[in-house]
Each structure stands twice: as structure tokens, then as C-alpha cells.
Design a protein. Structure first.
Length: 202
């Protein structure tokens, strides 16, 4: 909306400056409209640059809030407060990285807050694994694997890509009586695939 308004104002200025006689020839009209396009592009570029600058400012302000010394000190004294802060840090991946960068910027800062930085790295890794496991034990995926040996093999390859993922998948499926009843054949086949090297043939 703002770009459009500014563009119309600029257009009015250009029209006001334009020599009427120059509009009587094709070349004159072409030059006129080319100048309008150039002006509009410059205005849009300025607007985008302004938006990016405001965004950077908002992000910096948010990070300042998240690494406020009082907030950090409170988190180091109470595990519940620490977990709540970790959730805020991890809500946005870009902010998460910048928070860690800020707290690891120099040896003195890291030494002061390493008991937040190190647990947070573990928290992030745990969240990554949990998200992967959620996707790998989606009921639709599991049911499809039960019906199709090729899909079962593909799924087992994903489960077995990391040791920790394999363990968490089995724990998730075996940890609930309902899922254990439904998917015990998958667990059994996976253990044979994983430990005995038995290929799942169609």
C-alpha cells in the first residue's frame, strides 16, 4: 500500500515535469514510460531495504530480550525457568542460532553462561530427534509398511540411519500397549533387519 501511494506521487511529479511536446512522438512516450518504470523499481527497492532493516532491528531487539542478564541468571537458578527459556529460544531457528552465537561470542561470556549453552545444545538435539521420530512413526507410514515390504524396507533404512533414532523408534512403539499390539510385527522385523542383517524381501 505504501509503495503504491509513493509511486503515484512520483508519477504525478514525473508527469508534471514532462514536456508535453515530448509525448507527441513514439520515442518520447517510450522514454517517459521507461522513466516511470525506473522510478517505480527504485521505490520498491527502497521499500524492501527499509522492511529488511526493520526486520533486523526487531530480531536484534528480540535477542537482546532473550539474553538479558537477569533472564539468564534466573534460568540458571531454576530448571523450570530454564526449560521455559529454552522453549522461547527454540521457537525460531534463526533466533536460536544467534542466541548461541551471542552467548559464545567470547571466552568470558561463554564461561559465565556455559551451563545454559551446553544444556541448550542437548535440548536442541533432543528436539531434533523427537521431531524425526514423530515423522517416522506416523500411523499412515507404519500401516503402509505393514502392507508393502518395499515400503517396510525403506522405512527400516530411515529408522536405522542413526543409532539413537532406531532406539527411540522402538521405545516409542513398544512403550504403549496399544501401539505395541498394532506394530509388534514391525518391531520384530526391524530387529531382525537391524541385528541379523536379514533383508526384507517383497
Amino acid at each position: 500500500m505504501r509503495v503504491g501511494y509513493v509511486f503515484l506521487v512520483a508519477l504525478g511529479i514525473l508527469v508534471g515535469r514532462c514536456d508535453t511536446s515530448s509525448m507527441k512522438t513514439p520515442q518520447g512516450r517510450a522514454n517517459f514510460f521507461r522513466s516511470i518504470e525506473t522510478e517505480g523499481r527504485l521505490l520498491r527497492d527502497d521499500e524492501v531495504a527499509g522492511d529488511e532493516e526493520r526486520t533486523r532491528g526487531a530480531v536484534a531487539s528480540k535477542i537482546d530480550e532473550l539474553v538479558d542478564p537477569a533472564t539468564l541468571d534466573a534460568a540458571m537458578k531454576d530448571i523450570t525457568t530454564m526449560k521455559a527459556l529454552f522453549r522461547r529460544w527454540s521457537a525460531d531457528a534463526a533466533i536460536s542460532e544467534q542466541v548461541i552465537s551471542r552467548l559464545s561470542a567470547d571466552a568470558l561470556t561463554f564461561a559465565k553462561y556455559k551451563y545454559l549453552v551446553l544444556p541448550y545444545n542437548g535440548y536442541r538435539e533432543g528436539a531434533r530427534i523427537a521431531a524425526q521420530v514423530d515423522a517416522l512413526v506416523d500411523p499412515k507410514t507404519l500401516n503402509a509398511a505393514l502392507q508393502d515390504r518395499r515400503k517396510m524396507t525403506d522405512l527400516f533404512k530411515q529408522w536405522n540411519a542413526e543409532e539413537v533414532i532406531a532406539m527411540r523408534v522402538v521405545e516409542r512403539l513398544a512403550g504403549d500397549p496399544h501401539t505395541l499390539k498394532l506394530y509388534s510385527p514391525l518391531i520384530q522385523w526391524f530387529n531382525r533387519y537391524r541385528f541379523d542383517g536379514i533383508e526384507i524381501t517383497p
